[in-house]
Design a protein around this ligand. Structure first.
Ligand SMILES: NC(=O)c1ccc[n+]([C@@H]2O[C@H](COP(=O)([O-])OP(=O)(O)OC[C@H]3O[C@@H](n4cnc5c(N)ncnc54)[C@H](OP(=O)(O)O)[C@@H]3O)[C@@H](O)[C@H]2O)c1
Length: 322
């Protein structure tokens, strides 16, 4: 089978499209013909060598699968060949999704929502699962509360906005001016241009000095410490970004704030929650661009470049043309 192989860490040019053996499903596993995958920042972080000890080379990376079950290993009863499925491969534990075939534990695989194309489904598993875990499981966002979603035009941000609206929260989000219309179309109530205005000033003005109940940090830098400036009493901050710089959390103490750190975990239950939202018309991933398996280096270069203009996700058509 064809796979995009990472043989050394570096720029997008280190990828090589190679022929590698097709995997064989073991007990409890399914073999999936991958129809689509997508690009996440984690993919270029891995490629450039941010996690060298976690990724033995050569490696197949990639963290979303939408495809069709081709075979099942011993003991698998939940799926049969021909089922359309979606999932996030186990991160840092085995080959990823930049390949024509992939094997996965059946326990992390879900039935693909029928109303989504493979390109759409592959654009949602990682970011949707992360947003679900951050907002529903960790922050416990409730109806009538408010949330600041940083980076509302991005992969996680655009689905976090939709999830927050489904949970009947008021949504504030930060984007560039060019993404205002997009952020509103995802359901954001108040859109803040992070290039033109200090977001903390905007939030405090818009909430009459109360602040928001939840902040979703998709940005890093000093966002953890600055979040305390915009939190209401008993507010919650959820960060999905690994942050190296020290943070001053003295304001958080005064707000009785709690902080949560999310590194997304795979399970079928989360995918089924997303399926239910999709079936109710409350969530739909936005595919901002599509590339082929062979053009993954171009897709990486695009997502990594500043002001790339992508709204939502970059999807990869593994079977068929982009
Ligand atoms: N912990 C986990 O399990 C997990 C899971 C998924 C993602 N992540 C991490 O979360 C981060 C976001 O992921 P993603 O998939 O959403 O990435 P993405 O698709 O690249 O989106 C990031 C968005 O942030 C915007 N942005 C950049 N600087 C900003 C700022 N200062 N204020 C507001 N928006 C800003 C970008 O748009 P413009 O530059 O055009 O404004 C872009 O739309 C990444 O670091 C990723 O590694 C972690």
């Amino acid at each position: 089978m064809k796979a995009m192989l990472l043989k050394s860490f570096g720029g997008p040019e280190v990828f090589e499209l190679c022929d590698v053996p097709k995997p064989v499903p073991q007990a409890g596993q399914v073999l999936v013909r991958v129809h689509a995958t997508s690009i996440n920042p984690l993919d270029y972080q891995v490629r450039r060598g941010d996690y060298p000890d976690m990724v033995p080379l050569p490696a197949i990376t990639g963290h979303d699968v939408s495809g069709v079950v081709e075979a099942v290993g011993p003991g698998v009863t939940a799926f049969v060949p021909g089922d359309e499925v979606w999932y996030t491969p186990q991160i840092f534990d085995g080959p990823g999704s930049y390949a024509e075939y992939h094997v996965a534990a059946a326990s992390i695989v879900g039935l693909k929502p029928p109303s989504l194309s493979h390109l759409e489904a592959a654009s949602l598993t990682l970011v949707g699962g992360t947003a679900w875990e951050a907002l529903s499981v960790r922050a416990g966002l409730k109806a009538g509360e408010s949330i600041l979603v940083h980076g509302g035009a991005g992969g996680v941000g655009h689905v976090a906005i939709q999830l927050a609206k489904a949970l009947r929260a008021k949504v504030f989000t930060t984007v560039r001016e060019t993404h205002f219309e997009f952020a509103h179309s995802m359901g954001a109530d108040v859109v803040i241009d992070y290039e033109k205005e200090d977001y903390a000033d905007a939030i405090m003005r818009e909430t009459g000095g109360r602040g928001v109940d939840v902040v979703l940090d998709t940005i890093g830098g000093n966002t953890l410490s600055r979040s305390a400036d915009v939190l209401a009493q008993l507010g919650r901050v959820v960060s999905i970004v690994d942050i190296a710089q020290p943070q001053n959390l003295i304001q958080a103490w005064g707000k009785n704030a709690s902080y949560h750190f999310v590194f997304t975990r795979q399970n079928r239950g989360k995918l089924d929650e997303l399926s239910a939202l999709i079936a109710r018309g409350q969530m739909r991933p936005h595919v901002g661009a599509v590339y082929s398996l062979a053009d993954i280096p171009l897709a990486h270069a695009r997502l990594e470049s500043p002001n790339h203009g992508i709204q939502g996700k970059i999807a990869i058509a593994v079977k068929g043309k982009p």
